[in-house]
Ligand binder design. Structure first.
Ligand SMILES: Nc1ncnc2c1ncn2[C@@H]1O[C@H](COP(=O)(O)OP(=O)(O)OP(=O)(O)O)[C@@H](O)[C@H]1O
Length: 286
């Protein structure tokens, strides 16, 4: 399995914000979810990956090419879906092929029409007549119709109902059934990522605080509910973050098995990605 994305030591600073030493790899045949609070640097990371903004330091490889120094090669096989539909409002869906075919040498008009059909997008409609969900499906149809090997999606399912989201997720899963393909998507809907992602990268204030196989993360991490007195007696090295409430405390543990060996009397509950984000965003360091 070759890597479709390799990012090492990526840095980019703006006034008041810095993306620091971001590194991750995405193997072929896999989906990676990029998560993080508002302003954590997800879009900035994706823009650096796509070469639409310059990076200050680090290396980026998209399908073996550097998007900044080899923009054409790097982007030829990358499909991009952003949270806004980039087609002009007055455009009819049936005219989109004529515009995109000269841009993408591998554009497949038949495939584009198949997707319009599959996503129930009427060819005669103009873009302004589409709902938000339909526009997202149109963007995905256009991204897929030039037969990319890599899909990069930024908040592409935000604001969509569960049925539309589910059909988009199914499409992404079917896309990565080819081991040469991969998907990187940023999302705040962590439940969707728990369903489809193989890897998770979690950005917090411009830094990667967690990156790895999703199942390993969810198996390794856990939470312990206890009283303030019990919490005070626990070994700090076994805990990652704590949350103190009126009715008790919760501690995030990064190694459930290690904690359980030392404290078999305290049950460790499973956590979701949202739970981990709440511990990081609202909890305290130990
Ligand atoms: N062109 C720019 N100039 C200055 N600051 C910028 C620029 N682009 C982004 N930033 C800042 O970088 C930080 C990260 O923004 P970014 O859009 O990458 O976050 P995000 O994780 O995608 O957030 P959200 O979940 O809200 O979309 C923010 O503080 C933002 O204000």
């Amino acid at each position: 399995m070759t890597n479709c994305i390799e990012v090492k030591g990526l840095c980019r600073s703006f006034d008041g914000f810095a993306l620091k030493d971001v590194s991750f790899t995405l193997p072929g045949g896999c989906i990676m979810g990029l998560i993080g609070e508002n302003g954590a640097g997800k879009t900035t990371t994706l823009k650096c990956l796509l070469g639409t903004i310059r990076r200050d330091e680090g290396t980026v490889s998209l399908l073996g090419c550097d998007p900044w120094s080899q923009p054409r090669q790097a982007k030829a096989e990358v499909g991009v879906v952003l949270d806004d539909c980039f087609f002009h409002d007055s455009l009819r869906l049936k005219d989109i092929s004529a515009i995109l075919a000269p841009v993408f040498p591998s554009w497949d008009d038949g495939l584009f029409r198949d997707y319009l059909d599959k996503f129930q997008l009427p060819e005669k409609k103009t873009v302004k007549e589409l709902s938000r969900g339909m526009k997202m499906k149109l963007s995905l149809a256009a991204a897929l119709a030039h037969r990319p090997r890599l899909l990069i999606l930024d908040e592409a399912t935000a604001g969509l109902d569960p049925v539309v989201r589910d059909s988009i997720l199914e499409e992404l899963l079917s896309f990565v059934s080819d081991e040469e393909h991969a998907v990187l998507l940023s999302s705040h809907i962590t439940g969707d990522l728990e369903k489809i992602a193989d890897y998770i990268t979690y950005l917090h204030r411009g830094k990667v605080i967690l990156s790895g196989p999703k199942d390993e993360i969810l198996e390794r991490y856990g939470q312990v509910g206890c009283s303030a007195a019990q919490l005070a007696a626990l070994e700090p090295e076994l805990l990652t973050r704590v949350r103190r409430g009126e009715f008790g405390c919760h501690a995030l543990v990064a190694d459930r098995a290690a904690f359980q060996r030392v404290h078999p009397e305290l049950p460790v509950e499973p956590v979701t990605l949202d739970d981990i984000m709440l511990f990081v965003g609202k909890g305290e360091a130990v």
